[in-house]
Design a binder for this molecule. Structure first.
Ligand SMILES: [Zn+2]
Length: 488
């Protein structure tokens, strides 16, 4: 068997003030890898595909993997050049038996509302009808029937926070390998749930829903069940949650399962509204707690959802309230990092911090701060079910200002784990309050140490207040705009 693998991965926040350009993509090409072929960072699925191929003696052909931190609409020429490079590599690898494409989903380019469908349909044209094509997606994706029709299997992360990226890659490989060997014949069905939202899987009723999907997959005829949650900040016509079922050669069962789980998800909708508080409500609640550390998630400034990561609303409020014994991470401000690194550890400096990218970032803060730590080329650990992944944060510094430790860094990145603080010798468990810029991925790392977790929808580019998002193109005949999206 010859197996081709590659991907282009980003999530597009069409409301973000920053375009996604070529320099925003980390690109790994086959020639960049050492002899082992091992990929770091977010390349875990490719490591799994390569290992499984090696075990079977299959011919594995990796092309390229380009991934960008979520931001605004991708520049058209950048997308087209990466896509064409990927597809030319596929052409050059022909004939292929299997095509595996870990994409993200919800990538929007000028002229392409749905880059994944574009890639999948072109890959099918090149690979031919006999090849088995499998796609892995982040659950923050939108599905189209056209995408489903173009490929043999789509497997989507089940967990938010996304702790199951590699498990889903294993499943995708197993499904596609069995199909290529002629042992199975995957058939897919979609159910449109007519909902837009953000759905947190550690909590009921989502926890039970995910567990029941997994339990149902124990039936050998049920190859995979996935809920595409949608990405609410991509204002495209396909925005919305969809239930996907894959069975072995049983289209009627696939349709039945997609509808059964889809309808169950719709029935849960009122219990799934985000638990987020306003900025003042969140801080009032956090400061009333008897024990720490209370973790407050600044969801609206999550770089992982396309926000700048340099908003100052929460820090300003903490300073105005005179809060001490707190730590906050991370403010993206490469200029401030340069100034601070030049001043050096122990220096006390006047600094203009954050608030630079636009109105959603608030105003910059003028602070007098002490440089409490410097970490060149800092990494943080991101919890995954099969072990932590090291994520680059660029150069980072810790500023101490009026009893608050402030982590500032040079690469836009959300906070995944307490290592963002402990890298500077800060014991996060000793703090009264930890503020993290992240919507939900912080959860796996911080839940074990938090006395309480508070979700905060302050001002910012990815506040989970869907009815306030100024959509122009999404179809809003859905929940929460309609209480019952299926009523006539
Ligand atoms: Zn996601």
């Amino acid at each position: 068997m010859r197996v081709f693998a590659g991907g282009i991965s980003t999530e597009t926040n069409t409301f973000s003030p920053m375009p996604t350009g070529l320099a925003d993509f980390d690109i790994a090409r086959a020639a960049d890898l050492d002899e082992s072929g091992q990929m770091g960072g977010f390349g875990g699925p490719f490591n799994i595909f390569r290992q499984r191929c090696q075990e079977r003696g299959w011919d594995y052909r990796f092309s390229l993997y380009a991934s960008a931190q979520p931001a605004g609409t991708t520049v058209r020429g950048v997308y087209e050049s990466l896509r064409d490079e990927l597809l030319e590599a596929l052409q050059a690898a022909l004939p292929v038996d299997i095509v595996l494409l870990p994409l993200h989903g919800a990538m929007v380019t000028e002229g392409y509302d749905d880059c994944e469908t574009d890639i999948a349909t072109r890959a099918r044209e090149i690979a031919g009808p006999g090849a088995k094509i499998g796609i892995e997606l982040d659950l923050h994706c939108d599905l189209t029937q056209e995408l489903i029709d173009a490929v043999d299997a789509v497997v989507i992360f089940k967990e938010y926070p996304h702790t199951d990226i590699n498990e889903r890659a294993e499943e995708l490989f197993a499904i596609i390998a069995a199909a290529a060997e002629g042992a199975t014949s995957p058939t897919m069905a979609l159910y449109d749930c007519r909902m837009i939202g953000l759905f947190l899987t550690p909590f009921e009723p989502m926890r039970g829903f995910v567990d029941d999907m997994i339990a149902r997959e124990a039936d050998p005829v049920v190859l995979s069940l996935s809920l595409a949650h949608c990405f609410p900040w991509a204002d495209v016509p396909s925005c919305g949650a969809q239930m996907l079922a894959i069975t072995d050669d049983d289209p009627a069962l696939a349709a039945e399962l997609a509808q059964e789980f889809g309808q169950r998800f719709v029935a849960m909708r009122h219990a799934l509204d985000p638990p987020s508080l306003s900025l003042d409500e969140a801080l009032d609640k956090a400061l009333a707690a008897d024990t720490g550390p209370v973790v407050v998630a600044d969801q609206a400034d999550n770089a992982g959802g396309g926000a700048p990561g340099d908003s100052t609303f929460v820090l300003r409020a903490l300073l105005e309230r005179g809060v001490t014994d707190a730590a906050l991470g991370m403010i993206w401000d490469p200029v401030a990092v340069t100034v601070v690194m030049s001043a050096g550890e122990g220096a006390t400096i006047d600094l203009r911090l954050g608030g630079k990218m636009g109105p959603m970032s608030g105003d910059p803060l003028d602070l007098r701060a002490t440089v409490a730590g410097i970490a060149a080329d800092m990494k943080q650990q991101w919890t995954q079910s099969n072990g932590p992944v090291a994520v680059d944060c660029g150069d980072a510094v810790c500023l101490h200002c009026q009893g608050i430790d402030i982590i500032v860094n040079s690469i836009r990145r959300q906070v995944f784990s307490p290592t963002v603080f402990s890298n500077f010798g800060i014991d996060p468990t000793s703090k009264r309050l930890l503020v993290v810029k992240s919507t939900q991925h912080f959860y796996a790392g911080f839940a074990p140490i938090a006395s309480e977790i508070i979700y905060m929808a302050g001002p910012g580019a990815v506040a989970p207040r869907f009815r306030e998002i100024p959509y122009q193109r999404a179809d809003l005949r859905k929940y929460p705009w309609l209480d019952d999206p299926f009523a006539n």
